[in-house]
Every structure is written in C-alpha cells, then in structure tokens.
Design a binder for this molecule. Structure first.
Ligand SMILES: Cc1ncc(COP(=O)(O)O)c(C=O)c1O
Length: 397
C-alpha cells in the first residue's frame, strides 16, 4: 500500500459536522461518531499539494468551471473507472448533488407530481421531495438476509401512476450498499420509458464499489438520453465536500440550459468554488490509484465488522455491502426497540451510529455505521456497540 489510511487525525475544533456537532443529532457530546457520510481520511497527497500551491498564490477571486480541463477530467474519469463514454458538453457544475436534484425536480415537475424513490433511502431524498411540495412515492426494496433486490412489480405500479414524473434512483444505493446490475438498470429504464417517467440518478457513491461488482452509469443503459440525468461528485470519494462542488451529466440541451439559467440568474451560484473545482480536477487526473487503495481499506473494515459480529454479537447480522463505506447492520433479532438501542449506544456505549429508521420505515431494525475511518476507530466503535448491547442484556426487560 502506498497510502496510509491507518493514520488518525484529530478533527475536533475544525467545525466539522461529524465530530464537533455530534450533539445536534444524538443529544450528547463526547461520542465516537460513525454518523454523517464523510470520512476521517485526509484527501490524497496529490490533491493536498495542489491546494497548498494554490493557497500560496493568495488571490481567490471569482472562478469558472466551464473550461476544457474540468470537463476533460470528468470525461476521462468516466472512461478510466467505468469504461463509459460521456460527452464533455453534458457536464454542468453544481454546488452540491442535493442542490442539483432539487433544481431538476423544480425544472421537470410541478407541485403534486409524484417522485418515486426506493426505500430505505438517503434521508435528504425525503426532505427535498416534501419541501419542494412534490408527492413522495415509495418503492420498497425487498430484503432477504440483509440482501436487497428491487420489487419490479411494485415499481411498475408506482411508475404507472399518471402523476409519476421522476424516478429518483440512488446508484449505488445508500444505505443498503447495493450496486444495481446492468440487467436491473435495463429493466428500470424500460419501465420508466413505458410510462414516460424521467430518471434522476444520484451516483455520488459510484467510486467506492467492492470487487467483483462494478458500477454502471445510468447513461450507459438509457436509450433515450433526453430523459436521464446523472448527478454526482468527487466529494464522497476524496472526502472534499467541505470544499464545495459537484456536477451533473445532462445530455438534454434544453434542460441543461434551463439549469444553467437557474444557477446563474436566479440563484446567483454560477461562480464555482476555486478549491472544490481544483481538487476535483486533480483527483480525477492523478488519484485513481488512491481510490483503489481506499476501496481495499474499506473492504478490510467491513471484514473486521463481519468477524467481530460473528464472534461477539451473533444476534446481529451483517452482509458486506457491494458499495459505499456504510455498514448496514441488522439488529432486528434483538428484543429491543430502536429507541432502546439508541439510548444504550449513546449513554452506555458512548457511540454515535445512525438508527436505520432515519432512512425510512423499512430501515427499522438496522443500524448504519460509517466505516470511512481507521481500523482502530472501527474496532473501538465495535467494542462500544458490544458494551451497549451488554448493558441492555443486563437490564431486566
Ligand atoms: C446518496 C447521496 N446523495 C447525496 C449526498 C450528499 O451530496 P451533496 O453534499 O453533494 O449534496 C449524500 C451524502 O451522504 C448521499 O449519500
């Protein structure tokens, strides 16, 4: 390994959401956090060196993203990582993935239209649909032994509704870690086509995919590119969301222009983040090897969890996910409610692990543990999880 993912950097005092503001979500300070999905890893040294040089320059005026280097870096990343050919014209900068999705929903639909999502789902999806006054339509994934698959019959029913206008896909899927296969994506595309529903595909987790699985960008399987929108970012992979910046691939020229007008004229956000765009270009140009090592490290973290749970907490079940750095742990065999488990984790284990219900009703009985961190921290988290459960076991029901 060329890079050191074992190194632990103290993040306290950096105003970071994960460590400094853990109390906001869990009601307690001094918890070991495995919560919001950023990682504790520093970004690759290649990016740091470029950012340092840029900081030395000292002038941070308005900056642009719409130039060949930015778009070429993205096109080549898609070719290198996914063997996917995209056109540079499709690239549009956006401050964040959720902003992109929200604006696309605004542009493509009207109030009361249905947006279909697959549940359990990333919590921001619920909020952005509801706060845009659109109707949430849920296609619950089928779970068997912690492995998830799509209920296509139900999906068809939801897409067939006359008000269904968008399928908001999460590919790979947070929180279940599923990587949708080419066949599944082809089925999805054909159903959406049948009912005239557009697809917005959030592919922010596309880089952290564990072998033998491979990510297929939605644009590779869609036959009518005018109805498919891919939103993604380098931020999750390289741990740079605080630098701000994401992008979309929009083949539909009319919608692309509508988005750009909204971004520039209405929302006044077209000047990109200097450091965010620079880091994205550097990441995509120089850091493919770093991502390969990151994925291996995450896989080892998942193995640690699997071995630990088998040995110390056999009532919990866990399947190594196909993608993401999020462990989705089944605690449904424990005879305790989600509230009791959270209470024990926070007050007795002193550990912050997301309750599955955060991701909707069907997440009940699960925990989502972020393992984008050192092995030592994962082990400490597991000890704390065990301590919390031992406390529950020692307390009369
Ligand atoms: C599926 C998914 N989409 C979007 C985001 C957030 O992206 P952004 O901060 O660019 O809006 C996350 C972060 O957890 C995520 O998991």
């Amino acid at each position: 390994m060329k890079y050191n993912f074992d190194q632990q950097i103290n993040r306290f005092g950096t105003y970071c959401t994960q460590w400094d503001y853990i109390e906001d979500r869990f009601g307690e300070k001094n918890l070991l956090p495995f919560s919001i999905s950023d990682t504790d890893f520093p970004c690759p040294p290649e990016i740091l060196s470029t950012l340092n040089k840029r900081l030395q320059h000292g002038v941070f005026g308005y900056t642009r993203w719409n130039h060949p280097r930015y778009k070429t870096a993205i096109r080549q990343w898609f070719m290198k990582r996914f063997f996917s050919e995209i056109k540079e014209d499709w690239v549009v900068y956006s401050p964040s993935v959720i902003y992109s999705i929200s604006k696309l929903i605004e542009i493509l639909t009207v109030q009361e239209d249905h947006i279909v999502i697959q549940t359990p789902a990333y919590d921001a999806f619920y909020k952005l649909i509801q706060d845009n006054q659109r109707v949430l339509s849920t296609n619950e994934l089928i779970e068997e032994n912690s492995t998830y698959r799509i209920n296509f019959e139900d999906l068809e029913q939801k897409l067939a509704h006359p008000k269904a206008k968008i399928l908001l896909l999460c590919s790979p899927h947070n929180p279940t870690g599923r990587v949708w296969t080419r066949e599944e994506l082809i089925n999805i595309v054909s159903l959406t086509k049948k009912y005239g529903v557009k697809i917005i595909s959030d592919e922010i987790h596309m880089d952290i995919v564990l072998a033998p699985h491979s990510h297929v960008p939605i644009l590779d399987v869609a036959d009518n590119l005018d109805h498919v929108y891919l939103c993604t970012s380098a931020s999750k992979t390289f741990n740079i969301p605080g630098l701000i910046g994401s992008y979309m691939l929009i083949p539909n020229e009319k919608v692309r222009n509508q988005f750009l007008i909204t971004l520039k004229n209405r929302d006044g956000l077209s000047s990109a983040s200097t450091l965010g765009t620079l880091a994205t270009m550097e990441a995509y140009e120089q850091c493919s090897g770093w991502v390969d090592e990151l994925v291996m490290y995450i896989q080892e973290n998942f193995l640690l969890i699997q071995n630990y749970l088998e040995k110390h907490l056999p009532m919990l079940s866990f399947q190594i996910p196909q993608a993401t750095y999020l462990a989705w742990i089944d605690v449904s065999k424990l005879p305790y409610s989600s509230e009791e488990i959270q209470d024990a984790l926070v007050h007795h284990g002193k550990v912050a692990i997301m309750p599955g219900v955060t991701y909707g009703y069907s997440g009940q009985g699960f925990l989502r543990m972020n393992v984008g961190c050192s092995k030592d921290k994962v082990m400490e988290g597991l000890h704390r999880l065990k301590k919390a459960i031992q406390y529950l076991e020692s307390t009369p029901l």
